[in-house]
Design a protein around this ligand. Sequence first.
Ligand SMILES: NC(=O)c1ccc[n+]([C@@H]2O[C@H](COP(=O)([O-])OP(=O)(O)OC[C@H]3O[C@@H](n4cnc5c(N)ncnc54)[C@H](O)[C@@H]3O)[C@@H](O)[C@H]2O)c1
Ligand SMILES: [Zn+2]
Ligand SMILES: [Zn+2]
Length: 351
Amino acid sequence: MKCVAIAGPKKLVVESREALVGKPGYILIDVIKAGICGSDIHYWVSGEPKGLVMGHEFSGIVIDNGGSKKFKEGDRVTALPISPCLKCNECRSGNVQICEHTWEDAIGLSLKYPGGFGGRVLVREDMVRHLPDNVTFETGAMIEPAAVALRAVNISNVKKGDRALVIGGGIIGLLTAYFLKLRGASYVAVSEANPARGEKSVKLGVADEWFNALDPKLPEKLFAKTECGNGFDVVADCCGNSPALTSGIVFTRPNGNLVMVGISLGNVSVPLVSAVMKEINIKGSIAYKPIEFDAVIKLASDKKINLEKFVDDIVTLEDVQHSFERLTSGSDSAVKILVDPNKHKIIELKD
Ligand SMILES: NC(=O)c1ccc[n+]([C@@H]2O[C@H](COP(=O)([O-])OP(=O)(O)OC[C@H]3O[C@@H](n4cnc5c(N)ncnc54)[C@H](O)[C@@H]3O)[C@@H](O)[C@H]2O)c1
Ligand SMILES: [Zn+2]
Ligand SMILES: [Zn+2]
């Protein structure tokens, strides 16, 4: 099994490993497409854990159903990569995303369960989902990040007519802006440090306007876009660093909603006084509930959303290292690159 693994800070290697095999209760999937996520970038930058095969956003074909009655070999599927215990209070109340075990054995985020950049994944049956016939493998690999954005928008309490700001125009920010509009936000602004990405948010039709996060006149420009000049009804931080979360607090109106989606491995500092004095509602948003994941599959199948328009490129395992470099260059417009980890097999077959 050919795979891409973390070898050190900003360093990936293509290596051969023994192929994953099926086991009862698990679905073995040949991966057709796997997305590179902003969270993968944190691991890539840190170089830890060494040997990790990333790729928690994937679609593929069942090659061993582990004795399942629901799935058979040849089925087209995607999956929630998480591993909730289903026993704790959080799980029993339907909040599997905040179960303390949810990331323990997560696919592509734990050493035990290699992700899509290994060409094969082994997934708990209850986390696997069929892809409807009209949903492509490309869209299938986009369901997971779209579900992250849908949860963020559910958490944000956005109401019809609200004016919203999304900080960060990576894929999570763009998809969050997309769902905010779908939910009836009357105006969505994106603030971005990379102009190529900022422009893209408007071109894709998910933002009404974009603003350069590094512009010294950003505060006056953004406040001018709000109803009473004192902030947005809804703000989503899709970056997770100190400057981004600081601007999130600054640009949320008194008693407005600030949803934290971006993640940083280190601590961040924020202007506490401003958050307290405005009594803003700050809430974290992690992953998704299974009903949100399923809702995204349905929205895609019903053609209410188009997730393929966010895909910039599809690469082979050999190009994954370069793709991470592109996604972190600060100047490239690409937000989502999918990996086709078994493409070499197709080439070998043709030869
Ligand atoms: N909460 C969750 O469940 C969840 C799920 C997936 C990803 N994430 C996190 O969400 C974040 C975004 O993911 P992504 O894939 O879009 O990542 P990304 O790195 O591709 O995008 C982040 C964007 O923010 C921009 N940016 C950085 N600082 C900024 C600032 N101060 N103001 C405005 N823009 C700024 C960058 O230029 C970049 O385009 C990451 O931290 C990721 O780990 C969270
Ligand atoms: Zn992800
Ligand atoms: Zn649990």
